[in-house]
Design a protein around this ligand. Structure first.
Ligand code: ADP
Ligand code: MG
Length: 404
């Protein structure tokens, strides 16, 4: 079902309303200050629309894993300060998640202003999806906007629970601007009729990505495999992988995928190997059938890079998740960088290129190409679950456009 989004609501319906917004303000903190404000910036479009329309915003988010109790190092207070600087609308912070202090602060806040509540995960009911906690927030507002795509794959009190509580009161629960954009591109990639459709899957483990691989295999023309995950496929082909990272109990699975996928699955033909996974280790380039002894595969090799780049260059729709090697170490980042550049070049020539996954997004940033991609998802787990065809509770709980 197509979900309603904030842009489906007339600004006149927002004026004078109290709007509950669940954002993903889960940013890294360093010594009580925000060290990377990307997620705060990503939430600004939704907040600006609401403030400009003359709504009062009650903003909720989690930060870190405080395990259901108040812990000062996970306070959203530094986020409120940074948000105020960026938004240029007054942002008030309440050091409570719910209850009387919150109700008073909300009543006290003027239209066009934002009040940020304390970290939702300070309350144990958040991750338990406690209906009473959801109800206490629902009582504060007239409309709910869920913009927290990164937590959409979890049913928590401030996400799915709050949407349900609002809708049971006859109110709207809609997707925010960021959430709607994520859904448009991630669902769009699967529905794009254009071909060739190519997927690139890398990263550490098959086991965390089996859902994505199985869902993509029947849809794509090519599935390029890199990263440590390729090692498990090498073993399925009977190759020696030396001392590389291999998921022994996923070898049979890899064999089944190769049988099912046939020519669709494209594995690396050469690799960068080193005796140790550290920057100074003496690295060599070897064909995939020459890996042996103490070798650890740390990146895809140059022949693989140019093969992958050629295939990426022919594609019209590209989904990429997972680095091609240990990209955190500069000598082993070349494979990931060359894939990132190939995807960016394809996007420059009109292909649709969508990237999901936290480490892959960091790699694209590091390669300096993130801004050239059609879409870089902000939700790691959520984007993979969506691509794998799962229904995300944070999305499923929103109002559908048909209900209008
Ligand atoms: P994402 O967050 O984009 O979904 P993953 O979390 O699945 O990606 O995988 C990223 C991790 O995989 C990185 O920390 C990277 O170092 C590791 N990795 C990739 N290739 C290898 C390899 N050949 N050997 C060991 N680790 C690898
Ligand atoms: Mg990761």
């Amino acid at each position: 079902m197509i979900k309603k989004s904030l842009t489906d609501l007339e600004p006149a319906r927002l004026e004078g309303r109290t709007v509950l917004v669940r954002a993903d303000l889960n940013v890294p903190l360093d010594d009580d200050d925000v060290s990377d404000d990307q997620r705060i910036r990503a939430s600004l479009p939704t907040l600006r629309i609401l403030c400009d329309a003359g709504a009062k915003v009650v903003l909720l988010s989690h930060l870190g894993r405080p395990k259901g109790r108040a812990q000062p190092e996970f306070s959203l207070a530094p986020v409120a300060r940074r948000l105020g600087d960026l938004l240029e609308y007054p942002v008030r912070f309440v050091g409570e998640t719910h209850g009387e202090a919150v109700a008073h602060a909300v009543a006290d806040t003027a239209m066009g202003q934002v009040v940020l509540l304390e970290n939702t995960r300070f309350h144990p009911g958040e991750t338990e999806n406690d209906p009473e906690l959801s109800a206490s927030w629902a009582d504060l507002g007239d409309i709910f906007v869920n913009d927290a795509f990164g937590t959409a794959h979890r049913a928590h009190a401030s996400t799915a629970g709050l949407a349900q509580a609002m809708r049971s009161r006859g109110h709207e629960a809609v997707a925010g601007i960021l959430m709607a954009r994520e859904l448009r591109y991630l669902e769009g990639v699967l529905r794009m009729p254009e071909r060739p459709f190519l997927a690139i899957i890398g990263g550490a483990k098959i086991s965390t990505k089996i859902g994505v691989i199985s869902a993509l295999l029947p849809l794509v023309d090519r599935l390029l495999i890199g990263g440590a995950m390729a090692n498990t496929f090498f073993r399925a082909l009977g190759l020696d992988t030396g001392e590389s990272l291999v998921e022994e109990d996923a070898i049979d699975l890899a064999r089944e995928l190769v049988e099912e996928g046939g020519e669709t699955i494209v594995l690396p033909v050469d690799c960068v190997v080193a005796p140790e996974v550290h920057e100074g280790a003496p690295a060599r380039i070897v064909d995939r059938d020459a890996v042996k002894g103490v070798d650890k595969i740390v990146d895809i090799g140059p022949r693989t890079r140019s093969r992958f780049a050629d295939m990426i260059g022919e594609a019209r729709v590209i989904f990429w998740n997972g680095p091609m090697g240990v990209f955190e170490m500069a000598p082993f980042a070349q494979g990931t960088i060359s894939v990132a550049e190939a995807v960016a070049d394809a996007c420059d020539s009109g292909a649709m290129g969508v990237l999901g996954g936290g480490d892959s997004a960091a790699a694209a940033q590091q390669a300096g190409v993130a801004h050239r991609l059609t879409h870089v998802s902000t939700g790691g787990g959520a984007s993979l679950e969506l691509i794998a065809g799962a229904e995300l509770p944070g999305v499923a709980s929103l109002s559908g456009v048909e209900n209008e």
